[in-house]
Design a protein around this ligand. Sequence first.
Ligand SMILES: Nc1nc2c(ncn2[C@@H]2O[C@H](COP(=O)(O)OP(=O)(O)OP(=O)(O)O)[C@@H](O)[C@H]2O)c(=O)[nH]1
Ligand SMILES: [Mg+2]
Length: 375
Amino acid sequence: MKTGIIGLPQVGKTSLFRILTKADLTPSHTNPREAHIGVAKVPDERLDRLAEMYHPEKTTHASVEYVDLGAIGQEALKESAYLGHLRQVDAIVHVVRAFEDDSIPHVGPIDPLRDIKNVEFDLMVSDLGQIEKRMERVEKDLKKMKSPDLEKELELLKRAKAHLETERPLRELEMTPEDKKRFRGFMFLSEKPILYVLNISESAGLGKDLEAAMTKYGVAQLVGAAGEPSSPATQPGAQLKNAGATAICGKVEAELAEMSDADAGEFLASYGLKESGLSRLIKKTYSLLGLISFLTAGEDECRAWTIPVNTRAVEAAGAIHSDLEKHFIRAETIRWDQLLEAGSEANARAKGILRLEGKDYLVQDGDVLHIRHSG
Ligand SMILES: Nc1nc2c(ncn2[C@@H]2O[C@H](COP(=O)(O)OP(=O)(O)OP(=O)(O)O)[C@@H](O)[C@H]2O)c(=O)[nH]1
Ligand SMILES: [Mg+2]
């Protein structure tokens, strides 16, 4: 699962990528036309708490992969290298400039909503071009031979074209799972889930400013209430939007990245913040991708494992090891906070709160699993 970072020139993409992934990009590596790839650790308080209880030799967080794609625009979208990288990603983080700084050029006055709409427009134009090309091809083929399958595709292409022509991205087009499958190979840009990241100025009241930013710049309305990425499971109505928003202050995040955890905590508090913007951003990316974590806990390792929402226990076992999936018997299951409260797995078992779940159990975010197997 890869998330691509896009945005207009000089909005702070590479700075953000660098602190997200702690990548040390020396200037020789910052060729703007070359995509940078890095991995960010997904903050997980549940895992940290369990690790405090187990004192394991190793604690392993889940991770998300980010790609810094470089500046976007009509030109970049015509370059096959850029387009190729962008098509490959599963979700998009669109960094939008909201910070004031006269020394850093920007096209026109600071206007995040305008920038968002412009970039979105470019993505849609690219998709439209691809759809029109494909339609021509399909129409030609249909003249030569009858094919119910191609007819269905043509119908969908026409519907998508009409939708795009009303300037709405494909992620807002109603599609059946069958439609989605038909479209998968095209890797349309405006179909990808997107997270808008407002990069705002540093200020004394940063905590309040970050909260207010989405409303102030009109981005909240674009993505629905509170800018929460709409997760399919929780918000059926908002599901079609598949978009979320968050605000960060790149300047402050860069300073935070250099600090020890204790110093960072104090620094955050001095701005009236509970959590770093970065950590919010990573969590939102995770849910935008439709991912959750289950945990395993023990003296050797405490670990978070990544699975899509609605994954069955037997497949979750497969995320750990294919043998566990093959020889799956049962999953001993408990919610992380229940385990913490019980103090140990043995206590939980004695109290009868350790559940024995079968293959088809749908694993929940924050479940602690112990896979019983016959291998
Ligand atoms: N004031 C201010 N400057 C920033 C912030 N984030 C980035 N910058 C500055 O903006 C300039 C561009 O930052 P980059 O992170 O390279 O931006 P980019 O989007 O990767 O730029 P391109 O790849 O060239 O499109 C640098 O001089 C940064 O120091 C911010 O939050 N506040
Ligand atoms: Mg850059």
